[in-house]
Design a protein around this ligand. Sequence first.
Ligand SMILES: [Zn+2]
Length: 330
Amino acid sequence: MKANKIWGFCAVSLLGFSACNTSTDSTANNDSATTESVIITNKKSGFSADNAYQNIASQLDFGFRIPGTPSHKKCADWLFGQLKNQCDTSYFQVGQSKNPTTGAAIPIYNIIGSINPKATKRMIFAAHWDSRPMADQDDNNPKEPILAANDGASGVGVILELARLLHTQKPEWGVDFILFDAEDLGIAEIENSFCLGSQYWGQNPHTPNYKANFGVLLDMVGGKDAKFMWEANSNQYANWILVHTWQIAKELGHDNHFQLQNIGAITDDHKYVYEATKIPMIDIIQYNESTGFAPYWHTHDDNLDAVDKNTLQAVGNTLLHLIFNPPATL
Ligand SMILES: [Zn+2]
């Protein structure tokens, strides 16, 4: 993904429903965040950060997951097996695209698992599972690939653990887990060269006339002390999901990670999903206006040492409660 527009900091609150770009206050205004509207009525336990972490390690065991390589296909098959075991219906979507830098044809494997496939109210949880083929932010060996423990595998690790839980605890809503391929082959200079898997899925959803009420994208959700803020595209597409999700995180005591602060727009899979389908979708992503992405982003340091179980627990626990406490107005 790439950060493509930087806005000034501004304060947000759970009762303030729109982004602003002129405030000079960089501190979130938490005063009104709201003891009056408690969202969690259905408390759930069981999300295991240990399992999520192990799911990340298992992906890294395949090596680099670069589209068009044998280890990429082996990991795809493994991911499909995981979702197939836990979900009611699963899909292995095969598409084609082009490597943005070499022009070579590459396969795209989007891997999807559905819980309650007949439910009309649906939510999506998505992450990208491919790994970046170059460490372009690293001074050492910038042309060599990265393991991408946080940038990709962390979101998938959380999703696989959520799928395990939903296998035995069925929610009222339908839940679709979508693992997008080929998110991270892009280069900033070439328009639309990131997010090839979600671009393909947007044009070719896994079922005809697919609909969902909203979606949540997870990207880089395992970094130590990660702060997640209100990304501008998410705020534009789906402010009400940000409000709802950040309130759940607050009620669970995870507001050290989920902070009430706006950040600029990031081009990520949620943008292409929204543009193609109008499904409102947010991006939970570690980003800071002054320091950018985490220091190990697109470097060789994005390995298991970059992943912290406390962050995985905060994200996974918040999303588990979102699944069982969806917005009441829907
Ligand atoms: Zn990346």
